[in-house]
Design a protein around this ligand. Sequence first.
Ligand SMILES: Cc1cc2nc3c(=O)[nH]c(=O)nc-3n(C[C@H](O)[C@H](O)[C@H](O)COP(=O)(O)OP(=O)(O)OC[C@H]3O[C@@H](n4cnc5c(N)ncnc54)[C@H](O)[C@@H]3O)c2cc1C
Length: 263
Amino acid sequence: MARAAVPGRLNWQVATLATAKVETATAKTLVLDVPDWPGHLAGQHVDVKLTAEDGYSAQRSYSIASAPDGARLELTVQRIADGEVSPYLTEVMEPGDAMALRGPIGYWFVWDPRSTAPVLLVAGGSGVVPLMAMIRAHAAAQSKIPLRLIYSVRTPADAIYADELTQRSVASPLEVTYLYTRAPAASIRAPAAPDPTASAGPIRHRSSRINADIVAEAAWPPDTKPAVFICGPSGFVESASDLLVAAGHDPAQVKTERFGPTS
Ligand SMILES: Cc1cc2nc3c(=O)[nH]c(=O)nc-3n(C[C@H](O)[C@H](O)[C@H](O)COP(=O)(O)OP(=O)(O)OC[C@H]3O[C@@H](n4cnc5c(N)ncnc54)[C@H](O)[C@@H]3O)c2cc1C
């Protein structure tokens, strides 16, 4: 799949839904057959276009979830209740249905498996999708570079890819810190607040929004010069990037991607 992945003129292609996987109550992964896919890099996205019988069309961007070496293209879509496109993709499309797609798009928000810096991934909600492509690319490359993921969701049930993240944290140098913004402390399986005396494990659970204490606990220290990727709703991305830069991270190493309105 990674055979080309170089900038060029993008044409619309027909993608066919092979299968769909339920991730959470509101998110689904669409597994697509895309003949003649030119290959992609971890972190890139595609444009999807839906066209009604009367000719009206709507277009949205979706990050690629699958690693570059996959045989099929995977997109994970979070349904927005009053949305135009995401309810169709998650609730109406059935295997065999087709849609127009073009890509891959974006050469800035990408992780190169040959890089040697530790990696810090910071996700809000469905912003985890391109970061999961990076985690999968890391595994496919059998990279030994350490990864840390800070993943903010409303409740544990909203966490996409939770089982896979647990498995990958056992099999590879991946540490995950979940932040639950709407879960009462008693409902999660772990300490409710950052505990500086707790030993660092591969998976931590905190009932908190992202803040300076979380950054101090769960991010790499700035002097390790990590490559930082932040993705999610605009407000979350602004907060996370401001906190990391205030903590001493080099703004040039902090790459961001915004998915939509503020959370
Ligand atoms: C580069 C890029 C990559 C993206 N990757 C993904 C992805 O991997 N998975 C994914 O689920 N989405 C992703 N998005 C967001 C996606 O493009 C759509 O914005 C989203 O699916 C909503 O589209 P819609 O047509 O259903 O809602 P719309 O009809 O566009 O909006 C309906 C209502 O929801 C609000 N809204 C729109 N988008 C969001 C949002 N993201 N969060 C909260 N409220 C919103 C709008 O303000 C409006 O009130 C990405 C966006 C960008 C720019």
